[in-house]
Write a protein that binds this ligand. Structure first.
Ligand SMILES: *Cc1c(COP(=O)(O)O)cnc(C)c1O
Length: 355
C-alpha cells in the first residue's frame, strides 16, 4: 500500500533527494568513495558547499551583503546563537507558540526581553496583530510558521528594528523578501534535508555589534568568514540539501512551489470546512500552508481514535496532532504531492459516509 507521509519533522523529502543522497553515500560522483569518507576540504565536497550556497541565494533572491551558513545542530541552537550575537541590551519577541516561547526563554539569558504580544491564552490558535515593538530593541524575533499550532504569517512584516525570523517549517514554501530581515534561521529537517543541519541567512553588517565575547563556534562571523567550514560541517545533510535545492529549481523555483502549496492547502482546508465531522483549530486568516491542524467536531469527539486508525489503515502516516493541540495535523511540506492530500481528503469523505 502506498504510504502518504504527513510527518511534521523530520518529514517528507523529494524522492530525488533521497535517491541521489543514497547513491552518493555508496559512491560519490564515481570517485569510488562514499561522501561520508572523504575530506570536507576536498575539491569535490567544496563544490557541493559552493553550489548549495549559490542555489540557496538564487532561489530566495538573497541580496548582496548577506551570508548563508550551514551549521551543525538544529534550530534550537539558534535560539541561543541569535541573542549571543545580536542582543546587547534589549530584544523583542512575538510569542506565537512552543518554539517561539523556547526562543524567548533563551534570549533572557543575554539581556532584557520584551514579549510584545502572545496568543498563549488561546492555545496559540492565532497570530497577534496589535502590538508595539520597542524602538530601542536590538532586534524583533518572530516565528513565521508555528509548526505545532498550524498558524503562519503570510506576509513579511515591517519592523522598525532588525527583524529576525525562525523559518524552520516554511522556508522555501512561499516567496519572501529577504531584504526585510536581518537574520533568518531554521532547522533543515522540515523542508530541506535530514536532521542535523541548520541554515542561517544573516546580514553581515549586523554582526560584531555586541560587547560580550562570543565562543568561536557560536560566532556567526567565524562561520561566515570560513564558508561554514570552520570545523567539519554535516556533509551528508548538506549534500541532501543541495539535491532538494536542485529539485526546487527544476520545478520552477519558489513561485511555482508557492502556487502548488496554496492549492494543496486549499484542498484540505476546504474538506475540513465542508466535512461535518471535522473543524480546523487555527484562526482562518492565519492558517498555515505547511501544518494543517484539525479536530473532530464536538458531536463526533468520540470518533477521534477510530478516525486515526481508519486513516492509518489507508496509508496515512503521521497525522496525529501534537499533544498540545490534540486531534490531527497534516504536514504538507514542499515535497508532499497533491495526490497524497487528495488521498487524505478521500479518506475523510469515506469516514464521513460511515457515520
Ligand atoms: C522543528 C522546529 C524547531 C526545532 O528544530 P530543531 O532542529 O529540532 O532544534 C524550531 N522552530 C520551529 C518553527 C520548528 O518547526
Amino acid at each position: 500500500m502506498k504510504k502518504h507521509n504527513f510527518n511534521a519533522g523530520p518529514s517528507i523529502l523529494p524522492q530525488s533527494t533521497i535517491e541521489n543522497t543514497a547513491k552518493a553515500i555508496l559512491d560519490f560522483d564515481g570517485i569510488g568513495l562514499s561522501i561520508m569518507e572523504i575530506s570536507h576540504r576536498s575539491k569535490e565536497f567544496q563544490a557541493v558547499m559552493d553550489e548549495a550556497v549559490a542555489l540557496f541565494k538564487e532561489l530566495l533572491s538573497i541580496p548582496e551583503g548577506y551570508s548563508v551558513l550551514f551549521l551543525g545542530s538544529g534550530a534550537s541552537m539558534q535560539f541561543a546563537m541569535v541573542p549571543f550575537n545580536l542582543l546587547e541590551k534589549k530584544a523583542a519577541y512575538l510569542n506565537t507558540g512552543t518554539w517561539a516561547s523556547k526562543a524567548l526563554k533563551e534570549a533572557k539569558l543575554f539581556g532584557e526581553v520584551v514579549e510584545v504580544a502572545s496568543s498563549k491564552e488561546a492555545n496559540f490558535n492565532y497570530i497577534p496583530k496589535q502590538y508595539t515593538i520597542p524602538a530601542d530593541a536590538d532586534y524583533f524575533h518572530i516565528t513565521t510558521n508555528n509548526t505545532i499550532f498550524g498558524t503562519e504569517l503570510h506576509t513579511d512584516l515591517d519592523s522598525p528594528v532588525p527583524l529576525v525570523a525562525d523559518m524552520s517549517s516554511d522556508i522555501f514554501s512561499r516567496v519572501i523578501d529577504v531584504s526585510k530581515y536581518t537574520l533568518i534561521y531554521g532547522g533543515a529537517q522540515k523542508n530541506l534535508a535530514p536532521a542535523g543541519l541548520a541554515f542561517v541567512i544573516v546580514k553581515d553588517a549586523a554582526l560584531g555589534k555586541v560587547s560580550r565575547p562570543i565562543p568561536t563556534m557560536l560566532d556567526y562571523r567565524v562561520h561566515a568568514k570560513e564558508g561554514s567550514m570552520f570545523n567539519t560541517p554535516p556533509v551528508v545533510p548538506i549534500y541532501a540539501a543541495l539535491q532538494t535545492l536542485k529539485w526546487m529549481k527544476e520545478l520552477g523555483g519558489i513561485p511555482a512551489l508557492e502556487k502548488i502549496n496554496k492549492e494543496k492547502a486549499a484542498l484540505l482546508y476546504n474538506e475540513i470546512d465542508r466535512n461535518k465531522l471535522f473543524k480546523g483549530t487555527a484562526a482562518v486568516e492565519d492558517r498555515s500552508l505547511m501544518n494543517i491542524c484539525f479536530v473532530m467536531n464536538n458531536e463526533y469527539k468520540e470518533l477521534e481514535d477510530e478516525f486515526g486508525k481508519f486513516a492509518a489503515s489507508k496509508g496515512m502516516i503521521g497525522i496525529k496532532g501534537h499533544r498540545s493541540v490534540g486531534g490531527f495535523r497534516a504536514s504538507t511540506y514542499n515535497a508532499m504531492p497533491k495526490e497524497s492530500i487528495q488521498a487524505l481528503v478521500d479518506v475523510m469523505k469515506e469516514f464521513e459516509k460511515m457515520h
